[in-house]
Design a protein around this ligand. Structure first.
Ligand code: HC3
Length: 374
């Protein structure tokens, strides 16, 4: 590739980026271990990403206010579409391009919360890196007062398919809503496939592709169909979501997940540009290892200040410590025990609900359930 494709990058970065892209094309396997140019590194670990699920905490809490299964399913769909901009466009908006996040160490934790702003209650977040090879992040978000929680895990399989990086998300999330009659409703959320475009120009950004589902234990299901900007027509970040109650369509919403949503009946119109609330995290001085921001403090400082030498040394130190720890555990035939989550071989709720919408997605998936005693 000539350097002309990288014209949007400063001259000093163009040839480094071109060599990186050449390396990508000949790389087979997972991209998370590929060394990326320092200017594309993010100072944030992947354990912080589950916070994107709740940057509209009121929308999350509001789910239990729906009076009927259909109303609640609509509120889940509305909340989910609003999370897409937070999950997939935030870094681009803040830093001008998608960046390469820090790969969490095994057992790394991230805790956060959103305060009660209008009587709906406080929302808490617990994240733990459940596996490092392959990387799997487990999370639990709970609003006790509203009776709404989200439990899930997330991993990625990445490959290069010119001119994009294709990211298959592994894992799922389940929302549990406590109902006034004492029963509970569950909604299985499958995760969309990502394409990272803009690679050739040195300005990576995320596009969502194919379909994802939200399947309710109350018989409702939503199919969200994602489309990017086509060769000839179409807008970037487009989607069309169809919500049914098993026998008929309740709602059809379409738009751009970065902007306006329009519903054929008018009751699901909203704007994803609405203000969001970032998670509250305790100051780094009060954190204890292995809390994420403390683990990565030196690396993050190096990246933020452009001192990549400092960042690289601190990162190598963390990686060496991890290797030594795993070696010691192996020598003592010990397995790392997670602090907050139990791994289960097959998530019953997933197996029950996925059948309603897909015969092509895996019929069973592992799960990570919060240990309720801590
Ligand atoms: C693919 C990704 C890592 C995974 C990130 C995930 C899928 C994690 C779960 C969150 O809920 C949503 C999410 C958002 C962004 C995803 C990241 C974007 C880029 C990163 C790659 C591993 C880095 C690719 C390297 C480069 C140089 C193109 O940035």
């Amino acid at each position: 590739m000539s350097n002309s494709g990288t014209a949007e990058l400063p001259a000093s970065q163009q040839s480094t980026w071109s060599s990186f892209v050449k390396g990508l094309a000949s790389w087979s396997g997972d991209l998370s271990s590929l060394t990326a140019p320092s200017f594309i590194l993010s100072p944030t670990s992947l354990t912080e990403f589950p916070a994107y699920w709740c940057e509209h905490p009121d929308e999350f809490a509001a789910i239990s206010s729906g009076k009927t299964p259909e109303e609640r399913a609509k509120l889940v769909l509305r909340w989910f579409i609003l999370t897409l901009k937070c999950q997939y466009a935030t870094r681009n908006e803040k830093m001008g391009s998608e960046k390469k996040p820090l790969n969490p160490i095994l057992g790394e934790t991230f805790y956060g919360s959103w305060p009660d702003s209008n009587g709906r209650g406080k929302t808490d977040l617990i994240v733990e890196q459940a596996s490092d090879h392959p990387p799997i992040t487990a999370y639990y978000i709970n609003n006790e007062k509203a009776g709404v929680s989200l439990e899930g895990h997330s991993g990625q399989k990445t490959s290069f398919s010119a001119p994009s990086i294709v990211v298959k998300q592994v894992g799922h999330a389940i929302i549990t809503v406590k109902l006034e009659d004492g029963n509970a409703e569950e909604y299985l959320i499958t995760l969309p496939r990502l394409k990272i475009d803009g690679i050739l120009y040195g300005k990576p950004y995320i596009e969502l592709t194919e379909v994802s589902y939200i399947v309710g234990s109350n018989g409702t299901s939503a199919t969200i169909d994602y489309k990017g900007k086509g060769w000839l027509s179409g807008k970037a970040h487009s989607y069309k979501a169809t919500l049914t109650n098993g026998s008929s369509t309740i709602s059809q919403v379409e738009g751009q997940w970065t902007g306006l949503a329009k519903d054929s009946k008018g009751d699901l119109n909203f704007d994803a540009q609405m203000p969001k609330e970032e998670v509250n995290v305790k100051p780094i001085e009060e954190q204890q290892l292995p809390e994420s921001r403390l683990v990565w403090k030196e690396v993050a400082e190096g990246i933020r200040n452009g001192n990549y030498d400092k960042a690289g040394k601190a990162k190598s130190q963390i990686e060496n410590d991890q290797r030594a720890k795993r070696k010691d555990e192996a020598a003592e035939s010990k397995k790392h025990e997670l602090k907050h989550f139990n791994q289960i071989a097959s998530d019953e709720s997933y197996a029950k609900l996925i059948k309603q919408v897909s015969s092509t997605l895996p019929p069973t998936e592992e799960g990570y359930k919060l240990k309720r005693d801590n």
